[in-house]
Design a protein around this ligand. Structure first.
Ligand SMILES: [Zn+2]
Length: 274
């Protein structure tokens, strides 16, 4: 059987306009590899390390959302290779955005800068293990029993738009049987923040990690932050502020404790406005 067709000029400039269908088959865009070869060393060498790690996490049913810590699956050496792989992917994004990354001096090297920034800075909290927070006993007779409120400056990124989120967390606890160094509250909060998050989720994450590190059951976390995704795009709201609160134990159940926490926050804000 004979059919008329128009050859692709870039590939088949010389071909005339008729062909015998049975003698041709379409050149597919997908390339296949034998499943058995994928499992061999050869297959792995050609695959991306990032795919291998994703495969392992799926196998283990480990969640790897933008706000999840996956440090158990990523070693320091892996990070270098993952940055190389992400560089390649960001190069493709720039190409698709029609940015001349070869001739534009400001776009030259941007793909690698982006890859390094994601792994080492704005999403570092996904790949680094929990910060060390040595606990000191607080169980003697004159133990500290009061409220402790720490102000922690935060930089984060929303997982919806990858736009910056910046703000402050106020972390309050009633001291339990152990205490951690004051700077550790902020280290833990920043470790939670340096991921792709939602503010609501971040507030919960900080409360959970502070509870783990201090053993305190009575605690509160209040965050106020501005979101790049509301300021730079969408509704372009320049002075919008988002506030979230997580309260546990006495902070939730006892009105006086709750009031003391928020009074302390007001005093903090007089001392250091946002
Ligand atoms: Zn957003």
């Amino acid at each position: 059987m004979t059919e008329k067709f128009t050859p692709d000029p870039t590939l088949n400039g010389q071909v005339n306009n008729t062909f015998v269908k049975d003698e041709y088959q379409p050149l597919g865009k997908e390339v296949y590899i034998k499943a058995a070869d994928m499992m061999s060393d050869k297959g792995y060498k050609e695959a991306y390390l990032g795919d291998t790690i994703r495969f392992k996490m799926k196998r283990d049913k480990k969640r790897f959302w933008a706000g999840d810590n996956i440090s158990d699956y990523v070693s320091e050496q892996d990070k270098e290779k993952l940055i190389d792989e992400a560089t390649e992917a960001f190069e493709t994004v720039l190409d698709r955005l029609l940015i001349d990354r070869e001739n534009d001096p400001n776009s030259h090297g941007t793909a690698r800068r982006l890859a390094k920034m994601y792994f080492n800075e704005i999403m570092a909290g996904r790949y680094e293990p929990t910060p060390d927070a040595t606990a000191f006993p607080n169980d003697s007779e004159d133990r500290y029993e009061g409220m402790l409120v720490v102000r922690s400056e935060l930089r984060s990124m929303c997982s919806h738009h990858h736009q910056p989120v910046s703000g402050v967390a106020y972390i309050g606890i009633i001291a339990a049987q152990k205490l951690i160094g004051l700077s550790k509250y902020t280290r833990i909060a920043q470790w939670c923040a340096r991921r792709g998050t939602l503010q609501e989720e971040l507030c919960n994450d900080i409360a959970r990690e502070i509870e783990k590190a201090t053993g305190a059951k009575d605690l509160g976390v209040y965050i106020q932050a501005v979101h790049g995704c509301c300021e730079n795009r969408g509704i372009m709201a320049h002075s919008s502020l988002t506030q979230t609160t997580v309260l546990k134990g006495a902070f939730k159940e006892d009105g006086n404790t709750k009031k003391e926490f928020f009074d302390n926050i007001k005093l903090q804000q007089e001392f250091a406005p946002r």
